[in-house]
Write a protein that binds this ligand. Sequence first.
Ligand SMILES: Nc1ncnc2c1ncn2[C@@H]1O[C@H](COP(=O)(O)OP(=O)(O)OP(=O)(O)O)[C@@H](O)[C@H]1O
Ligand SMILES: [Mg+2]
Length: 322
Amino acid sequence: MDNNERRLMVECDNLVKIYKTAESEVVALQGLDLEVEEGELMAIIGNSGSGKSTLLNMLGGLDRPSAGKLHINGEDILKYDDKQLREYMKSTVGFVWQNNARNLIPYLTVTQNIELPMILAGNTANKRERVLELLDAVAMTHRKKSKLNQLSGGEQQRVAIAIALANNPKLLLADEPTGSVDAKTTSMIMDVFNNLKDQFKVTIVIVTHDTQLAKSVDRVVAIRDGRTSSEFLIKKSYAQQLAEMGDQILEQAISGKIDTHEELVVVDKYGRLQLPKDTIETLRISGKTNLKVEMDGDRIILTVPSGEDLKNFNKKAAAQAN
Ligand SMILES: Nc1ncnc2c1ncn2[C@@H]1O[C@H](COP(=O)(O)OP(=O)(O)OP(=O)(O)O)[C@@H](O)[C@H]1O
Ligand SMILES: [Mg+2]
């Protein structure tokens, strides 16, 4: 790979996850494609039940997809045996859950909580320095001796982030990290994520419903019904644009009611494209409808063909076959 080429931390290709229970099958992911560049801070938004946590669990090695490709940091983690997977979860990936009970041990101090994953992984050489560095990064130095149950929700969440980073992972996954805190605390936690990205060069993927939070990241990918449906690239100018847009656009993206001109439809590497649900419903083109594809400069025009169009097409095809 040449040095100028972007390096991918996450590569999901056609990821499928089917949960089977005695009575039913739930298709939680149906062919999801996602790429995350090394060093990116990105958010995944989507309605409840759209498959966000399912996706994050796959990335974190907590669950396996039913089909598809999943490479993290250039490695096929689906080929890992149990030992490699444990090693992956200990050292490559860090997880922050919405529910603090999963992150923290209430009767230990902040410092002890951050030390624990290092001790479990045998990374004790520079334990003290690392704890101080992490406390500083999440702005919790002043509470290092407090017990977890003496902290506010937002403070606990910042400790949870430090714990997730204890073993210096390359990828940090956060499922609704601001789910139970107010707007001011959300903004503080987002500042922490932005600092971590710069300071530790860690790649960060955050799952959220929160449109406020989605504005403080480099890129937002909306998932709908277990597929990547639209993508907002928040490059420098775009970040500004997004800041000016107000919440409506992101809210519409989540609910799938977005104006198509504001939405980037994703074309995957096979040339497949997913049209917004509203467009499909409005034009009544679900199922096996053929669309006419024309080029006009750099515009691609998709038209629902008329009866005449179809007749001409069939005539042409017949002539070519002869
Ligand atoms: N262990 C499981 N067994 C069966 N079905 C499941 C399981 N986990 C998730 N599902 C189903 O898969 C779909 C996607 O769930 P998922 O938890 O990924 O959604 P989500 O986008 O994280 O939602 P939320 O925003 O509410 O957290 C849902 O229909 C859910 O009911
Ligand atoms: Mg979820």
